[in-house]
Design a protein around this ligand. Sequence first.
Ligand SMILES: [Zn+2]
Length: 242
Amino acid sequence: PKLERKLGNEDFVELKKERSKDILGPSDPKTVRVRHIASDIIRGIQELFPADGLGDDDAKQGKAAVRSQTGHLDDLQWEVIVIRDNRANACSLGGGKIVVFTGLLNFLETDAEIAAVIAHEAAHAVARHSMELAMLTPPILNELLPFSRRTELEADLIGMMILAAAGFDPRVAPEIHQKRESTVLDDYIGSHPSCKKRSQVLSRGDAMKEAMELYYKQVCSGKGANRRFPYGGKISDTLMSK
Ligand SMILES: [Zn+2]
């Protein structure tokens, strides 16, 4: 985990230096929005992979695959930045460093859609994909390195669970890929599994069922992402007390 964090940090520092002119400031509305969404996603990760041991039903909930390696989650130092760049893209540098391009924010519309992409990038950090990548290739910062097709699908699935745990409707995840497929402007083409394939994997009965169950559980316990909407909580509290 230390090496992973070190590599992620080094790449991140380098990237920030290279693109310093294009990094949006912390008070830019786009940065504020993205960081707000990211903090929900990080909370989702903490709920999905609690530090204080996992319960018996966790295996059933698809956490088994990563449970043996979640110790490193405490070491992740999350930082999310927004860079002025027309490409509809985002990337994960390892160690919890995530970069979102303004092109992606122009392409996507809702908070849930942005959340789905951040959850996917965060899932790469959770699954420690950057280490696999670091073993294979030296860091190249001018290009966004695509992960392998296998790790992309893995991050899609873990990301969808994180999205649900953060209280966002997981059905948005496959929708984004459909949306991507229907646009000519797709920076992912070639480097990623086909959008159709990704959408299909996510919509598959068992994966989506698991994510939807988690999502409903979060919504019912007041952890839905729309809790932020004004009066949302108040209305239901009023109804409850009657
Ligand atoms: Zn990815």
